[in-house]
Write a protein that binds this ligand. Structure first.
Ligand SMILES: NC(=O)c1ccc[n+]([C@@H]2O[C@H](COP(=O)([O-])OP(=O)(O)OC[C@H]3O[C@@H](n4cnc5c(N)ncnc54)[C@H](O)[C@@H]3O)[C@@H](O)[C@H]2O)c1
Length: 317
């Protein structure tokens, strides 16, 4: 199979879209970034530049490469102009079904026949998003679910729900491999795909433990970081189960699962904090407190830890 995706368009320059454009540009791809908000168009390059500078500080890229990476991203306010010569278009516009349906309808009209259309949706059904798209294009539509921050998190979940031939799937998979990502092939259109469902399972128990007062926030986070998550960074749950012995996992599951949280909605303490305006770092308090003066420093430290983890991951893949 000849690999053909070289020209990319990203729609929406928000939290996800700007980082997706950045990730492709870092690996030499020519990216058109379409955004409807003028203020965003005026500021997004500076935002990307700051992120690239942190990557350079950590030796993940060379600082002299930053101008050319930025040059590879061209901003557009006109959708047709942004996509009409593209091989691959990924939308990262707000999570509103009608908006995504409208965008895909227009993309079907504006893009060349060969263009593959992708959605970064976190929760919408593929069938519903492509309702107004031609049958031929439906064979070239895929969900590509990135994680935040997109330029650092290696995972991309790719849908393979039966609408597209395997060779088109392989082409998209190859595109992501070429930018250093780890792809996960998802075979069924289940809400949350794979990674978010796993994360919510862990989060449900964590919120429940804090609600019951079993340990302080610092200790619960420590238990995760230096316990299960320490292994998860290198070894998947199914591998861990095999190493531990499935008989043991069966016995412990029978004993523990019946006393653990099995609620079907967000945790009550979490909801209470939201009602009190304690939204986390963005409001100065969540499970921890943050002073305005330290927020930028905390965010930078978080990013640097992710970069170091990304570097380390090259050794255990
Ligand atoms: N934030 C996350 O952690 C995350 C993770 C994975 C997937 N997602 C998904 O990615 C998508 C984008 O999420 P986000 O967090 O980046 O949202 P966001 O609100 O930060 O960004 C959306 C951007 O799209 C722009 N926009 C609005 N209407 C548009 C239009 N018609 N055409 C082009 N641009 C338009 C907005 O101005 C904004 O800049 C959603 O589908 C979301 O569910 C988000």
């Amino acid at each position: 199979m000849e690999f053909m995706i070289t020209k990319i368009a990203v729609l929406g320059a928000g939290t996800m879209g700007h980082g997706i454009a950045e990730a492709f540009a870092m690996y030499g791809y020519d990216v058109h970034l379409y955004e409807t908000d003028k203020n965003k168009r005026d500021t997004v390059k500076e935002e990307i530049k700051k992120e690239l500078e942190i990557l350079a500080e950590e030796d993940l890229i060379k600082s002299e490469d930053i101008p050319s990476i930025l040059d590879r991203i061209k901003l557009y306010s006109n959708l047709k102009a942004a996509v009409q010569d593209r091989d691959y278009v990924i939308e990262a516009v707000p999570e509103i079904l009608e908006l995504k349906q409208e965008i895909f309808k227009l993309l079907d009209e504006f893009c060349p026949e060969h263009t593959i259309l992708a959605s970064n949706t976190s929760s919408l059904k593929m069938d519903e998003m492509m309702l107004e798209v031609s049958d031929d294009r439906k064979k070239r539509m895929i969900i590509n679910h990135w994680y935040n921050p997109p330029h650092l998190m290696p995972i991309i979940e790719l849908s393979f729900f039966g609408n597209m031939p395997e060779d088109i799937y392989k082409e998209v998979e190859q595109l992501y491999i070429s930018i250093g990502k780890q792809t996960v092939k998802v075979l069924k259109d289940v809400p949350g795909l794979v990674a978010n469902r796993i994360q919510q399972g862990v989060a449900r128990e964590v919120f429940s433990l804090i609600e019951m007062g079993v340990a302080a926030p610092e200790d619960i986070d420590k238990a995760l970081k230096f316990g299960p998550a320490f292994r998860y960074a290198t070894t998947g749950q199914l591998e861990i189960a095999d190493f531990g012995g499935l008989d043991i996992w069966c016995i412990v599951g029978d004993n523990l699962l019946k006393v653990m949280d099995n609620s079907k909605c967000a945790n009550a303490l979490l909801r209470q904090k939201v009602e009190e305006g304690k939204l986390g770092i963005k409001s100065g308090e969540g499970f921890y407190k943050y002073s305005v003066s330290e927020v930028n420093e905390i965010k930078k430290k978080y990013t640097k830890k992710l970069i170091r983890q990304l570097k380390a991951s090259k050794f255990y893949i």
